[in-house]
Design a protein around this ligand. Structure first.
Ligand code: NAP
Length: 202
């Protein structure tokens, strides 16, 4: 069965995911709310943090943590073994496609191969569900969220809205340009004018 999929993003009031300072502590504290089984991350989100990841402390995998699943059909991410050691996740799985470039022969990273030239996100989520995942939290800047929205795969949208207008930056819904009616599940105001909006898509 397909897991419950929640996209949790820090955004500006004009919907940008970058170009402003986010309240990271609050963002990640709130992310624990879902107790996800899988953290689904876009390759570009990992690449944006790669230099910090390489110098971060490595306490080792956290047995009780979620599985980190990275969508990476072009095999651009080379830091998966380090990510597994950061103490947030229990393990890491790379989501690849048939046409993904060859991996290092000594790679110890588990893989899930779906789709031909891009990861088939419908099938990948289905397979993660069959492995026992009930809740997936998407951590991406918008591109991956947009594709998941287009495929009707997002059940919940959680926006931590920061009081700033950024102008021209990528939006949290990526390429998704259809109408989507949402039902407000909860809202809360925090200091600094930050507002949390939690919506269900169905
Ligand atoms: N504000 C926030 O809450 C927040 C959260 C996370 C990250 N960020 C920021 O956002 C930026 C990165 O985000 P981003 O939106 O550029 O990229 P992203 O969502 O992290 O990465 C794009 C992902 O979408 C996949 N993808 C795109 N089209 C696809 C398709 N048709 N089928 C399957 N997969 C598809 C790509 O896969 P392939 O690589 O396989 O093509 C890639 O894994 C960074 O600057 C990061 O710091 C902000």
């Amino acid at each position: 069965m397909r897991p419950h999929v929640v996209a949790h993003l820090a955004v500006s009031i004009d919907g940008a995911t970058t170009g402003f300072e986010t309240d990271q502590a609050r963002f990640y504290a709130m992310a624990t709310l879902w107790q996800e089984d899988v953290t689904l991350v876009g390759a570009d989100t990992i690449l944006a943090q790669e230099s910090a990841v390489r110098v971060a402390e490595r306490p080792g995998p956290r047995a009780a943590g979620p599985l980190l699943a990275v969508v990476d059909s072009r095999h651009r991410v080379r830091s998966l073994e380090i990510l597994r050691e950061l103490g947030y996740w229990s393990d890491v799985i790379a989501l690849y496609a048939d046409q993904t470039p060859a991996r290092e022969p000594d790679s110890k990273i588990q893989e899930l191969v779906t789709g031909y030239d891009r990861v088939d996100l419908v099938e990948a989520l289905e397979l993660l569900g069959r492995r026992g995942a009930q809740v997936v939290r998407v951590d991406s800047g918008g591109a991956l969220v947009g594709v998941l929205l287009e495929l009707g795969l997002i059940d919940e949208v959680s926006l931590l809205v920061h009081p700033v207008v950024v102008g021209s930056a990528a939006r949290w819904h990526g390429s998704f340009a259809d109408r989507l009616d949402l039902r407000l599940a909860n809202s809360e105001t925090f200091e600094g004018g930050i507002v949390w909006l939690r919506y269900c898509t169905a």
